[in-house]
Design a protein around this ligand. Structure first.
Ligand SMILES: Nc1nc2c(ncn2[C@@H]2O[C@H](COP(=O)(O)OP(=O)(O)OP(=O)(O)O)[C@@H](O)[C@H]2O)c(=O)[nH]1
Ligand SMILES: [K+]
Ligand SMILES: [Mg+2]
Length: 439
């Protein structure tokens, strides 16, 4: 797909910096280099230091110019890069010079990557992986994004698609030729292949959403009786005062969320209201939200006060099917009875590292259980595979080769949506909506 407009954007982060990078992609990229540096582009992929001039001819900076001729560039088009000094005025001068050129315009979000996809430089899973790499805040997120960028998901889905396409071809042959012309086994082979692919899809779908959890963060809810020290624990884990701590029972009323990097995993930690028969309807709403958060969390940290009788509301039914980590707090005070489980004093800090380690271990369990790294990292991937698996399950029940083939065709199409080998146009809008400018 050839575009006749040329786009430009700052590829580096906004604000003052040592260096800023501005990218230009499209047929007028050469013209942009010629106009700003008064020379033809340097040899491909070689940096050249040049004086850079404004529209009025004044030198506004000296910087590096790089040239990536089509099709060997990120977008597949002619691409120029300007590495200039990262001051606001310098950047403004370059942007102004580019904007004034005929055929050049500022890029929209994700437009460089979108052109790369349209020109076959990347598939959709790689485009998503680039967004994930840029957004990655933890080691686990970075590793997962890089795996996807390297094609882990694309390779598998291409493999399934190829196998199913073959099976489809056999089924088509069975439809077109009579029994005498075609051996019996052809249809049997097609059915066998479809069954194998279906099992592979089901295996991937049984990944407990680990890929999505790594990307989006594991939801951890801190719950327990009033004054047990939930907010104190959340503050200690966050390393800052996110929640109010006081000796008044019923201090926390709403769910307070904080994003953390815990041992290399992204975690969304939630402080919640103390569970008790509430004093007023605002607190009651807080308790309702606390229980709801406990129910939807991936992991519950139950904080108990070892020095006081547990007068919390009966919430155990909410935690039945949950992974619960019980933490006994206030170990610095006299305890009427010894307690099983993790002991902690947020007053002295004793036991805090053990609690951090236990939460990290539980997170690792959830995110890396099963050993093999998950392929699916977004709901979009999951939905496509679910649709494909359902079509294959239907295919198994079809005696007529025509109907079997039709379901196979649906499965192939659904899997193709993962990499964008079909229905690309509709999907592009959804995927690139979340991109930032300059990517
Ligand atoms: N002695 C002692 N006091 C603690 C400890 N941890 C917390 N506290 C105190 O216990 C009181 C309640 O702490 P919070 O963190 O507000 O408890 P909470 O569970 O969030 O309470 P609510 O939000 O009201 O449900 C505060 O006065 C804290 O300073 C501890 O380990 N030892
Ligand atoms: K309190
Ligand atoms: Mg609190």
């Amino acid at each position: 797909m050839r575009r006749d407009d040329t786009i430009f954007a700052t590829a580096s982060a906004p604000g003052r910096a040592g260096v800023a990078v501005v990218r230009v992609s499209g047929p007028a990229a050469r013209f942009a280099v010629q106009t700003v540096s008064r020379k033809a582009p340097p040899p491909p992929r070689r940096a050249a230091l040049r004086a850079l001039r404004s529209g009025a001819g004044e030198i506004f900076d000296r910087g590096l110019v790089l040239w990536f001729p089509a099709p060997d560039s990120y977008t597949g088009e002619d691409v120029a890069e300007f590495h200039i000094h990262g001051g606001r005025a310098v950047l403004a001068a370059l942007i102004e010079a580019l904007a004034a050129m005929p055929g050049l315009r500022a890029a929209g979000p994700g437009e460089f990557t979108r052109r790369g996809v349209e020109n076959g430089k990347l598939d959709l899973t790689q485009a998503e992986a680039i967004a994930d790499l840029v957004d990655a805040e933890t080691e686990a997120q970075r590793r997962q994004a890089l795996r996807q960028y390297d094609g882990a998901l694309a390779r598998c889905s291409d493999g399934w698609r190829t196998d199913l396409t073959k099976a489809l071809a056999w089924a088509e042959a069975a439809i077109d030729f009579s029994d005498e012309e075609l051996p019996e086994e052809v249809m049997a082979d097609a059915r066998q292949t479809a069954a194998v692919v279906k099992d592979a899809l089901i295996a991937q779908l049984g990944d407990a959403h680990r890929g999505e959890l790594v990307r989006e963060g594991l939801f951890v809810a801190v719950v327990g009786a009033p004054n047990a020290g939930k907010s104190s624990l959340v503050n200690a884990l966050a390393g800052r005062d996110v929640a109010i701590v006081s000796e008044t029972a019923g201090t926390t009323r709403d769910v307070i969320e904080v994003r953390l990097n815990l041992g290399g995993y992204a975690v969304v930690l939630a402080d919640t209201a103390g569970l008790r028969a509430a004093a007023d309807h605002i607190e009651a709403e807080g308790v309702r939200r606390a229980l709801q958060r406990a129910e939807t969390a991936d992991l519950v940290v139950l904080v108990k006060d070892g020095s006081a009788p547990d007068n919390a509301l009966d919430y155990n039914d909410k935690l039945d099917s949950k992974t619960v980590l019980t933490v006994w707090n206030k170990a610095d005070l006299p305890w009427p009875a010894a307690q099983q489980g993790l002991t902690l004093s947020l007053q002295t800090g004793d036991g805090l590292q053990t609690v951090v380690d236990a939460i990290t271990a539980a997170a690792r369990d959830k995110l890396e259980a099963g050993g093999e790294a998950p392929l699916l990292t977004r709901a979009r991937h999951r939905e496509a595979l679910e649709e494909a698996a359902a079509a294959l399950a239907r295919a198994e029940t079809q005696d007529a080769p025509e109907l079997f083939a039709e379901d196979l065709r649906l499965a192939v199409r659904a899997i193709g949506r993962i990499t964008g080998r079909v229905d690309v146009e509709d999907l592009l809008d959804v995927i690139f909506r979340d991109f930032c400018i300059g990517k």
